[in-house]
Design a binder for this molecule. Structure first.
Ligand SMILES: Cc1ncc(COP(=O)(O)O)c(C=O)c1O
Length: 425
């Protein structure tokens, strides 16, 4: 037992010392930044397809090194770095040619950019419900929400737990739908021994400061389709100025943005990617310690995805069952844990359709894109009750711990176990 962890049964809280901040940035990243600073080249992108060495449409050496490493690690034929996963999601919807008149099935229980990405191009997000055990899109609910206008599914590997990609890809094949996989929280996760991000048309990863690996802000798209890769590269980098010099003829959605990653960010991200497996191994050990230590408490469900879904737990997700704990409200349970120095957050995020943008159906002037003539047949359900499982997780069941990651140790994880033990007694 560590010296600041009190024995169970005393009045002292189980945990009095602070939790360590998660920060895997170290000497390797510092050296990488210095290398770029010395080169003097902080970005080597140019908004033109014509080679003008050392500038390039594809970015500089650090960007290209990161992309080569990432595609090998993830197992895709192309990787395209961007400056955030949000940019990556927007670029993905654009690259797949989605737009007015199309519906995209999305998860309500995730980060808001997953639902705004279709809107940016004029498509309508339709929310399907999630699986109670994982928080990922429920294939049965996807089926129930299909319409003749459904063109794509944007699936999220929530909390680092892979969605049921077999069932989801089989729906996509049956109905000729595109699939975007949001892997922002799922670095290193795999389904049936294949990395997430490689099942659908495009996979998106995040390097933002809170993620398993980070470079401050950054993102990555992966695909196995060379045409989609080129479209992603053009949307990343002023596509309208570039497309004329490419062999690409489909101009739809080719308006470009500046989603380009800097050389410093790419150099940091490369070092982080090299550390990913080691960081994930620590995370998984911490999760195992807590899950094994608390399985006997009936009021809690520990994460237990099926064996072929190999999760990497960006956060530690628990479910609380008040009815198995004298109907103690979740907020009260969390307060008691906090008194023991153990911090769990309630609910994760409000289902996205409850946000004002969806309640008022206003993304652009005059209610576009919902009021667009091409979307007149679409009538998505954004009312309370639309996705009962997501709502129940948000309002009643879901708990999440953000500390079960490096540099915490097994002793720290044991504090979580003991804190829960004290409260459950
Ligand atoms: C599931 C999911 N998708 C997308 C994003 C957006 O990532 P970024 O901050 O890199 O834009 C996040 C970030 O929180 C996320 O958790």
């Amino acid at each position: 037992m560590n010296d600041q962890s009190a024995p169970i049964g005393t009045d002292t809280p189980v945990r009095t010392k602070p939790w360590k901040e998660s920060n895997a940035i170290g000497e390797e990243e510092r050296l990488a930044v210095e290398r770029v600073m010395q080169s003097g080249n902080l970005s080597m992108f140019q908004g033109s397809f014509k080679p003008n060495p050392p500038l390039s449409f594809l970015g500089g050496p650090e960007v290209q090194t990161l992309e080569a490493l990432a595609k090998d690690y993830i197992g895709s034929s192309h990787a395209i770095s961007v400056n955030s996963a949000t940019s990556g999601l927007y670029a993905a919807v654009g690259a797949l040619g989605l737009g007015f008149g199309d519906e995209v099935i999305v998860s309500p229980y995730t980060m808001s950019a997953c639902a705004t990405a279709p809107l940016v191009y004029g498509a309508i997000p339709v929310f399907a419900d999630v699986e109670r055990e994982t928080g990922c899109l429920d294939p049965e609910s996807i089926r129930r929400n299909l319409t003749p206008r459904t063109k794509a599914i944007l699936v999220v590997h929530q909390f680092g737990i892979p969605a049921d990609m077999e069932a989801i890809m089989s729906i996509a094949h049956e109905h000729d739908l595109k699939v975007i996989e949001d892997c922002a929280q799922a670095w290193g996760a795999s389904f049936k021994n294949k990395h997430v991000g490689t099942f659908g048309d495009i996979g998106i990863f995040s390097f933002n400061v809170h993620k398993t690996i980070q470079c401050g802000e950054g993102g990555l798209c992966v695909t196995n389709d060379p045409d989609i890769a080129l479209r992603l590269q053009m949307i990343r980098n002023h596509g309208e100025a570039i497309v004329g010099d490419t062999q690409h003829h489909d101009l739809t959605n080719i308006i470009g943005f500046n989603y380009r990653m800097t050389e410093i960010s790419a150099a940091i991200a490369t070092e982080q990617l090299k550390k990913l497996d080691r960081l994930n191994a620590i995370r998984l050990e911490l999760v195992k310690t807590v899950s094994e230590g608390i399985t006997h408490h009936e009021c809690l469900s520990v994460p237990s995805p099926e064996a072929d879904r190999s999760a990497t737990y960006y956060v530690y997700p628990l479910r609380y069952h008040a009815e198995k704990f004298n109907n103690m409200p979740r907020a009260e349970f969390v307060k008691k844990l906090k008194e023991q120095g153990i911090i769990f957050y309630e609910g994760y995020v409000k289902p996205i359709y409850m946000l004002p943008m969806f309640q008022s159906r206003t993304a652009y002037k005059n209610g576009y894109p919902w009021t667009a003539p091409e979307n007149s047949e679409s009538d998505p359900n954004y009312a309370k009750g639309a996705c009962p499982v997501a709502e129940d997780l948000f309002e009643n069941e879901f708990l999440m711990n953000l500390h079960l990651c490096p540099p915490q140790t097994k002793e720290d994880a044991m504090d979580v176990v003991k804190g829960i033990e004290v409260v459950c007694r």
